[in-house]
Ligand binder design. Structure first.
Ligand SMILES: *Cc1c(COP(=O)(O)O)cnc(C)c1O
Length: 243
């Protein structure tokens, strides 16, 4: 298992570098985040020891349980799953960044808890660029308005935009929803909001990372291609489904 993970990591880095070469981008501008839902802590540790520095969990419980093993390791922990407001307090114990900010009540709760703790937090705004009912995230039309509302929340560092995008066996069908995230960022830039002139795009997974990089991704979130297939319920990003 250890060897497989190291081999897979190498292959994923090669895919990232190839995609960068093809689209004339600098590989330094595309980070790899390990999507580690359902992956045992020992396997995550293997990847961290191989040099990885970014991990992302979807569920508070997994974040907490694995922290016992991974807590001391030098790695940035992102939360990438749907976040219920009643779990904010717990998630804040472990996460350095929340990529799934998708509604005002969640922003309000984060602001409230972070103010109590007197700290700031990096966030990505999640956008439902594929318009699928099953996916979380703001509608593309509402992102600018949402940003106008939260831009002055002193505890939130808006780092960028995140999307899952449409997954399909046909590669080209995945492109439009990824391209849309960049279009939304252009709209935000056009609005010239103070402090928001360097937003990262978090998009691209095992299936679509090449296309995502061609469309401007700065962070791909990869699980399956590194850790193998996981046993899944029907909705992997829905915090409610497996509890
Ligand atoms: C699981 C997951 C990923 C990674 O998906 P893979 O297909 O396993 O690479 C990326 N982003 C989110 C939000 C996820 O839940």
């Amino acid at each position: 298992m250890k060897n497989a993970i190291v081999t897979n990591l190498k292959a994923v880095h090669e895919r990232i570098e190839n995609a960068c070469r093809i689209s004339g981008r600098n590989p330094a501008d595309v980070q790899l985040l390990l999507a580690t839902k359902t992956v045992p802590a020992a396997d995550i540790r293997t990847a961290i020891e191989a040099g990885e520095i970014l991990i992302g969990e979807n569920k508070m419980q997994e974040l907490r349980d694995k922290n016992e093993v991974l807590g001391q390791l030098p790695v940035e922990r992102h939360f990438i799953g749907h976040l219920q407001t009643n779990k904010v307090k717990d998630v804040l114990k472990y996460a350095n960044c929340i990529q799934s900010l998708d509604r005002l009540i969640l922003a309000d709760e984060l602001q409230k808890q972070l103010q109590i703790q007197n700290r700031k937090l990096d966030v990505f705004i999640q956008v439902n660029t594929s318009y699928e009912e099953s996916k979380f995230g703001l509608s593309p039309e509402n992102v600018l308005d949402f940003i106008q509302k939260i831009k002055n929340y002193p505890t939130l560092n808006i780092k960028g935009l995140m999307t899952i995008g449409l997954l399909d066996v046909e590669k080209e069908k995945m492109r439009p929803s990824l391209r849309l995230l960049k279009t939304i960022r252009d709209e935000i830039y056009a609005a010239k909001i103070e402090g928001l002139n360097n937003l990262k795009l978090s998009m691209g997974m095992s299936q679509d990372l090449e296309i995502a990089i061609e469309e401007g991704s700065n962070m791909v979130r990869v699980g399956t291609s590194i850790f193998g297939n996981r046993f899944l319920g029907k909705e992997i990003w829905n915090e409610n489904s497996a509890e």
